[in-house]
Ligand binder design. Structure first.
Ligand code: LLP
Length: 385
């Protein structure tokens, strides 16, 4: 069994559980993305929601990428960590006045507007400040991303985006309000998408809509296709970097841009998931009636994805080379859903062994909670440990 390489001796000094980030892998990923987009009018806005750890954000900002934020605090965090305001996009169905004002006061790149009432609120707040808000309509394209139902966002039944029938009214509204500037259209159909044909469908839809906007006399400066590229959770050691080549190639092939038009991406998971692992220690190995339980000191409070989305994270015993045995890997939280994996084949475990939950760099640390009065997990980085 190929396992990840971890500085296990150094882990002995650290209180578990904690997040461990492989900075070299993050940089390699960022370089890969930068190379794929370098000769095109493509712009990456890293989706801060995936991981807002300041060290990670600073690293990503240093590659010249922008940020995709979904709250006022994310905008402030992104600015603090070196993302220029001119590259910050602001999405979200429920932006409050205070949050819109944070965007306006900092002259961010673009507001991805998700409803007519939000358009009105943005226009009024911008007018009061004598500012012009650049807006892109987030359009619900009604495309099935074939991913988990909680992370599918582009269907009519989801709460996101402006429905197509409201577009004429939205265009009209922008025309009548000097405090708004029409920038383009925005989509996001879902997350952890591994069947790239969903993105192909999105391109077809985007081209149709682009044509429609032109017919209305509203040419678009930009198209923002959101994020969603999936990673290989099953084989983190074989496939540590997402298939950015195929992903960008697909957009290049299917989404022909007009002269001067830019294409924007909001990638989150694919940028940061592979570089992070949740490191936990085995508290007990418990023999059950029909199975063995590996009780670890991390729980759903540290990594909620398995409990919330039945998500798979590859698990390794990084302290042992013993025979393989099957375990249910569970946390200490008083909830039956506090299970990281059932019937997982691991090297024979004993008390104190370190266990790595892989590909946890996205939607891991940032979704941690203090349920059961637990401490939030800390983060450590491969180059400063
Ligand atoms: N843009 C928008 C408007 C989004 O809503 C999202 C993610 C992204 C970009 C980034 O998508 P990504 O490239 O990371 O797939 N907590 C869930 C994932 C929720 C994703 C929400 N939106 C999970 O742990 O799987």
């Amino acid at each position: 069994m190929i396992k990840g390489t971890f500085p296990v001796e150094k882990f002995n000094r650290i209180e578990t559980p904690f997040y461990y980030y492989d900075v070299a892998l993050l940089r390699k990923t960022l370089e890969t993305i930068r190379n794929e987009v370098k000769d095109k009018n493509y712009h990456i806005h890293y989706a801060v929601k995936a991981n807002a750890n300041p060290r990670i954000l600073k690293e990503i900002a240093s590659y010249g990428f922008g940020a995709d934020c979904v709250s006022g605090n994310e905008i402030l965090r992104a600015l603090e960590c070196g993302f220029p305001a001119s590259k910050i996009a602001f999405a979200g169905v429920g932006k409050t006045d205070k949050e819109i004002e944070i965007g306006l006061d900092n002259d961010i790149f673009c507001f991805n507007v998700e409803s007519l009432p939000e358009l009105e609120a943005t226009a009024n707040l911008a007018a009061k400040k004598n500012k012009t808000a650049k807006v892109a309509f987030r359009i619900n394209p009604n495309i099935d991303a074939h991913t988990h139902k909680y992370i599918t966002t582009g269907l009519n039944e989801n709460k996101f985006g402006i429905n197509e029938q409201d577009l004429p009214a939205a265009i009209e509204f922008v025309r009548k309000h000097n405090s708004l500037e029409m920038a383009g259209m925005h989509f996001h159909i879902g997350s952890q998408i591994t069947d790239l044909s969903a993105f192909e469908n999105l391109c077809v839809k985007a081209l149709e809509l682009q044509q429609w906007f032109e017919e209305q006399g509203t040419p678009l400066q930009l198209i923002n296709v959101g994020g969603g590229l999936g990673i290989n959770y099953q084989h983190p050691n074989h496939c540590p970097i997402a298939d950015f080549k195929s992903y960008f190639h697909l957009y290049n092939k299917y989404l022909k841009l007009k002269d001067g038009q830019s294409l924007h991406f909001e990638l989150g998971r694919s940028v940061v998931a592979p570089c992070g692992s949740l490191i936990t220690r085995t508290t007990y190995v418990k023999k059950g009636v029909s199975k063995n339980f590996l009780i670890v000191d991390a729980g759903m409070t540290d990594l909620i994805r398995p409990a919330l989305y039945q998500a798979f994270h590859h698990i390794e015993n990084i302290s042992s080379e013993g025979e393989l045995e099957n375990y249910d890997v569970v946390g200490p939280i008083c909830e039956s859903s506090d299970v990281f994996g059932k019937d997982i084949s691991l090297n024979r475990a004993k008390r104190g062994d370190f266990v790595a939950l892989r590909s946890a760099g996205a939607y891991g640390e940032i979704m941690a909670s203090q349920y059961n009065c637990r401490n939030l997990p800390k983060a450590y980085f491969s180059d400063t440990l």
